[in-house]
Ligand binder design. Structure first.
Ligand code: ZN
Length: 301
């Protein structure tokens, strides 16, 4: 199995767009994970169910899948009294995804935000860096082929996480931020960062692939992608949109973008130069399989 950058280079030279995976949380909840329960603990206690989710994306055609470790940093795990088990839970997350992939797909070790805000002083840069270091070393030990730092809104936190990977592993880093459309029609993270602001800072920190995940559906990602491409025509870009705008119905979050609707935006994303496509909240193996066939159709043209 080649590494991420070789795979990107090889597929890029053949004009091919790669496919990543969709949401994990939704599928774990469908298998009995309760609200308020720690998803990462399932890597130990419900291993076979996590493996099932991982396999469902490999079977849907993903060239790379993530790991069940989005909230696997010590600050997030502390809420469940599990902050002393960072190593064990992240190693297990990577091992499960490796088992599901075999030689057919790459494993991207998932790293989400710490949940702490640097600007308010509730955490120091050193504490954040140390927490990311602890998590990414464990993901590397478990066999992750690359690390994906995702759903970021703060550039300094994202940069610390990237540096922790580059300083302590030999893995390539994908980093994606989450943008919402403002009232004046621009895309900004919660901390006010634009897609164009993101590019030079995260590249300097050591990321090899940039992009965007989550947000308000696949359509808005076309504008985000254009802005990234204007800032840098060359950098590999990964896009993982939510299955539409989240709606709150009876205390539950519901996503209404069907696999067909998601797939209808793929030609525009490809035209604007995306390199890797997947999905975020609300997307399923059906979305990924549908994107997979859309990409195959486009390749024939
Ligand atoms: Zn999401």
């Amino acid at each position: 199995m080649m590494n991420l950058m070789d795979l990107l280079h090889d597929s890029g030279s053949r004009g091919k767009v790669l496919l990543s995976d969709g949401a994990w949380g939704t599928l774990l909840h469908a298998r009995g994970l309760k609200p308020g329960e720690c998803p990462e603990l399932w890597n130990i206690e419900q291993r076979s169910k996590v493996l099932e989710v991982a396999r469902s994306y490999v079977e849907a055609g993903s060239n790379m899948i993530e790991t069940n470790s989005f909230g696997g940093n010590r600050f997030k795990l502390q809420h469940f009294g599990l902050d002393e088990r960072v190593g064990e839970l992240n190693r297990a997350a990577a091992e499960i995804s490796r088992e599901a992939c075999g030689n057919n797909a790459l494993v991207l070790g998932s790293v989400g935000p710490s949940g702490k805000i640097l600007m308010t002083g509730e955490v120091t840069a050193k504490e954040l860096y140390d927490a990311f270091r602890e998590q990414v070393i464990a993901l590397a030990e478990g066999g992750a082929h690359a690390i994906i730092i995702e759903t970021m809104s703060d550039l300094e936190e994202a940069s610390l996480a990237i540096r922790a990977v580059k300083d302590h592993t030999d893995l390539d880093v994908i980093c994606t931020m989450t943008f919402d459309k403002t009232r004046d029609g621009n895309f900004r993270t919660m901390m006010g960062i634009s897609p164009a602001d993101m590019v030079p800072v995260l590249l300097k920190a050591g990321a090899s692939v940039l992009g965007s995940n989550c947000g308000n559906g696949t359509e808005g990602m076309i504008s985000v992608l254009k802005e990234i491409r204007e800032a840098d025509p060359e950098v590999p870009v990964l896009i993982q949109g939510n299955a539409g705008v989240p709606e709150y119905i009876d205390g539950r979050t519901v996503f209404n973008e069907t696999p067909e609707l998601t797939a209808s935006y793929i030609p525009d994303l490809v035209k604007e130069g995306v390199n890797i496509i997947g999905g975020c909240c609300g997307t399923t193996p059906e979305h990924i399989a549908r994107i997979c066939s859309e990409l195959k159709n486009l390749a024939k043209k």
